[in-house]
Design a protein around this ligand. Structure first.
Ligand code: SAH
Length: 205
């Protein structure tokens, strides 16, 4: 099979996987346990209006990029950069591992997972699974996944997408940690001392 086609199939398989396991199923689970996933005033305040709008616009641009990449392969190929196939396979492996890790972290976070920055009813601090050693495994997985995707597609649009994900994550984490500190107080501050932000920190209590 044509190698380019293989990379595109991997790309589509991953996107469907994300839609099902990272969006639809968690959203259904959240709904079942009575969690609201549509952003309300409080969630937008927590996230900051600018970053909320940034996220919505980035989502729309990503959808446009997906259409361009998938349905106009020939004009789109002008935006591809030549990198060795080995790098592209490395991207396939990296992004696939990140997807599983992403789903695993989301499973552990369970009903506290949300695309919005919100404290849920009876919100508990999760410190198990990947959260034992790092505070933002999902954002970490998203960053490395998007870097893997840029290598897999070897496409300027997805390289730009990886940059957008990185730019979005830093302020998002500041806001999220501020919200969690306000809610959990000393418990979260203590938790910060023993965990890494993006990467695991193995430190004894
Ligand atoms: N930043 C985390 C979670 C992303 S989902 C990660 O990258 O894995 C965003 C929601 O997770 C936020 O609304 C916040 O309320 C919740 N959250 C983040 N860390 C948490 C923790 N350790 N325990 C419980 N909820 C948490």
């Amino acid at each position: 099979m044509n190698a380019e086609l293989t990379f595109r199939i991997v790309f589509w398989a991953q996107l469907m996987f994300i839609m099902i396991f990272n969006r639809v199923l968690p959203a259904l689970r959240a709904k079942k346990s009575g969690v609201k996933l549509t952003p309300d005033h409080e969630a937008i305040e927590n996230e900051g209006k600018f970053w909320f709008v940034f996220r919505v616009i980035a989502g729309i641009l990503l959808a446009a990029a997906l259409v361009f990449y998938s349905f106009f392969p020939i004009p789109s190929s002008r935006f591809q950069f030549p990198i060795p196939y080995a790098w592209r396979w490395a991207g396939v492996i990296l992004s696939s591992i990140c997807l599983f890790f992403w789903i695993y972290a989301q499973e552990i976070l369970d009903r506290y997972w949300s695309v919005n920055l919100k404290i849920q009813k009876e919100h508990r601090l999760v410190t198990s699974g990947p959260y034992r050693v790092m505070r933002h495994p999902i954002y970490s997985a998203m960053i490395f996944w998007s870097a893997g995707l840029a290598l897999d597609t070897a496409h300027a649009i997805f390289a730009a997408f990886a940059v957008v994900v990185i730019l979005w994550t830093a302020p998002r984490i500041s806001k999220e940690e501020k919200m969690l500190i306000e809610h959990f107080g000393a418990a979260y501050l203590d938790y910060m001392k023993t965990t890494g932000r993006f990467l695991p920190k193995f430190k004894r209590h």
